[in-house]
Design a protein around this ligand. Structure first.
Ligand code: ATP
Ligand code: MG
Length: 625
């Protein structure tokens, strides 16, 4: 994947978009599992309800305490009612009442523990679902689209941003919880005094409305933070990607400066946000306190409530206020994290829209027996004015080695991508044994192909893990050593400290470039593909190693694998059975080696002569080296 130019910065959230994004997040949360979202919500409601009950229980306790015998008598619940709420006809003593109170607290603790675990499961499943769906979309998107995307952007979305999505879902649930809690307490409040409930509601709503500018600021900050994080991720990725060349020419300072500048900017933004956030919370708290004072004043002078009710109302109000406060705080936090959700969703949609037609069910393609053919194909890369391939036709005969040669940019790798079905030509066809491959068949066809490029991809693991990665099923040691021998890698692997079990570092950094290429070749040989493409696969090797691999490739071809080899050096093409020379996306020359050598100004002849080869040297099958 290329380090593409920086993608355009995401647009700031438009008004109403935050709500739409939050709703889409709720929809996705609901899709996490059969009714799990609803169970989570019910748990949240129950959580708030048990808190409400314990508050209600304080009323009779207060009543008992206010009795002349010091509260040790019994209370006849049936004789009491709070507002419209009639209490059951029970007689309860103070110790029982307090025991129930404690029991309720224990139940609440256990319940909350269970609830937290359940919610965490739902949140994690939701986050993993998003991660997997992005991964899946990425793996099914058309190669020409994916290869143009920024690797850093994709990496950032799949790692850092996903964590922030977890926080988004957490805040959404917290907001719902606060809203449900509020509704319940307002209902309790209503049971005590409806005019005071309206006043509470009025205060809360006005306070939330007054805080709108602070929420807008949070949304803007979230957007900036998103861009800064992306910028930092890209700087680190570029730095790591080009670490050696950066250090070799003392350019690390430039990366460092860019990183430091971005961190400074983030610090500045965060400080601004923290200040605004703290001002907002302070103001909100102030208005709620003013509201509480006005509330008490109105409750006594205007609503004329008795002391028990005022205390009960205050207790309820003390629970309502933090919920209003919580709503404001959680909304701000959600707005800060929401851009991550929007970005991951946009990326996922973009990838899904670019889904490869061949990503679905694969049609089985019978084993290659005769030939692979490109017929009159034209291919242009997106946004490219010039066609990379222009009416090109060629035939790759099964069991032969076919070489593609030509100047840089002539279209060789594009032909290879078409032959493997990684990209589809805008016009023309790819056929295998005379059957034109449609989208579904292309996927089936890739079961038979293997590809080794100049920059081979190795995993951070042992030599064995790298070799087994591409193979079908378990491999015997003898098979592994045979493949290593074919790739001219057996000698150096034997000398590694732990042989096959030696770990080769991130992308194989503990090996030399040529050693990495040979491991990649051995892995491809082990896959036993019907069709093998080698695109500059030995570019880092010395001529002896290249010769040895050329022999192996020829042997593999004779044992049934069809090979296409692309190289700028003669040693990897001169032994080919058939050669195609490309220029500006067209075939300008093709034939057997000796035939092409007979053409005085032929591309192939010039290529060989330039390197001092006067003749095509046919390699005899089975020739030892
Ligand atoms: N991902 C891409 N996006 C846009 N244009 C591309 C892309 N890949 C290749 N091209 C263009 O298509 C043309 C053919 O490129 P291709 O990679 O097939 O050449 P090549 O013969 O393999 O070159 P080289 O020998 O340098 O590897 C070139 O003009 C190149 O600039
Ligand atoms: Mg190429």
């Amino acid at each position: 994947m290329t380090r593409a130019p920086a993608p355009p910065q995401p647009e700031p959230l438009a008004p109403g978009e935050a709500l739409r994004n939050a709703l889409s997040l709720i929809r996705e949360l609901r899709a996490t599992g059969a009714g799990r979202f609803w169970i989570a919500l019910v748990l949240l409601v129950l959580g708030s309800l048990t808190e409400g009950l314990s508050v209600l229980l304080l009323l009779p306790v207060l009543h008992l305490l206010s009795q002349s015998d010091g509260g040790l008598g019994r209370i006849e619940l049936g004789q009491h009612h709070i507002g419209a709420l009639n209490l059951p006809d029970w007689s309860i003593g103070l110790p029982t009442l307090l025991l129930i109170f404690v029991g309720l607290a224990v139940f609440q603790m256990l319940f909350n523990r269970g609830k937290s675990v359940y919610l965490s499961d739902v949140l994690l499943d939701f986050t993993n679902r998003q991660r997997l769906s992005l991964f899946r979309a990425l793996s099914k998107a058309r190669w020409d689209r994916v290869s143009r995307m920024s690797g850093a952007e994709l990496e950032h979305a799949l790692t850092g941003e996903i964590e922030r999505i977890y926080m988004c879902a957490f805040y959404v649930l917290s907001i719902l919880q606060a809203m449900i809690g509020l509704a319940i307490y307002l209902a309790v409040c209503l049971a005590i005094s409806w005019p005071m409930t309206l006043i509470t509601l009025g205060f809360g709503t006005v306070a939330l409305l007054v805080m709108r500018p602070f929420r807008r600021r949070a949304a803007r900050f979230g957007h900036r933070l998103q861009s800064r994080r992306m910028e930092q991720f890209r700087t680190v990725a570029d730095f790591l990607g080009g670490l050696k060349s950066a250090r070799a020419s003392n350019r690390e300072a430039r990366h460092l400066d860019a990183f430091a500048a971005s961190l400074d900017q983030t610090k500045h933004d965060t400080r601004e946000f923290t200040r605004s956030n703290a001002t907002g919370s302070g103001l909100f708290q102030l208005s709620l306190t003013t509201g509480a004072a006005a509330f008490i004043f109105l409750a006594i002078t205007w609503a004329g409530l008795d002391l028990t009710r005022i205390v009960a109302l205050l207790l309820v109000a003390m629970r309502i206020a933090p919920r209003f406060l919580g709503l404001q705080g959680q909304a701000q936090q959600l707005l800060v994290s929401l851009p991550a959700w929007r970005h991951v969703r946009t990326l996922s949609r973009k990838l899904t829209a670019a889904q490869d037609d061949s990503a679905g069910e694969a049609t089985h393609v019978p084993p290659l027996a005769r030939s692979i053919q490109l017929q009159d194909v034209s291919y242009s890369y997106e946004d490219s004015a010039r066609a990379a391939l222009d009416g090109l036709s060629l035939t790759i005969r099964a069991g032969e080695v076919t070489a593609l040669i030509g100047a840089s940019g002539s279209g060789k790798s594009t032909v290879a991508d078409l032959l493997m079905g990684l990209i589809r030509a805008q016009s023309g066809t790819l056929s295998v044994d005379g059957t034109v491959l449609d989208a579904k068949a292309l996927r089936g066809w890739r079961e038979q192909t293997a590809y080794v490029a100049q920059e081979s991809f190795l995993i951070h693991g042992s030599v064995r893990a790298n070799l087994e990665g591409g193979a079908h099923g378990q491999l015997a040691d003898t098979e592994i050593w045979h493949a290593l021998e074919m790739a001219n890698a057996d000698a150096f692997v034997r000398e590694l400290p732990e042989g096959l079990e030696t770990r080769i570092g991130d992308r194989g950094v503990l090996l030399s470039g040529g050693q990495r290429q040979r491991i990649a070749l051995a892995a491809a040989f082990l896959r036993k593909p019907a069709f093998l493409v080698l695109d500059e696969a030995t570019s880092a090797l010395d001529w002896q190693a290249q010769d040895c691999i050329a022999h192996s490739v020829k042997r593999i071809a004779r044992s049934g694998t069809t090979v296409v080899t692309i190289a700028h050096r003669p040693s990897m093409v001169r032994f080919a059975d058939h050669i195609y020379a490309l220029k500006d996306g067209r075939v300008v020359e093709d034939g057997r080696g000796p035939e092409l050598m007979a053409r005085p100004d032929g591309t192939f002849r010039l290529m060989l002569q330039h390197e001092g080869y006067e003749n095509v040297v046919p390699l005899k099958t089975g020739e030892s080296h």
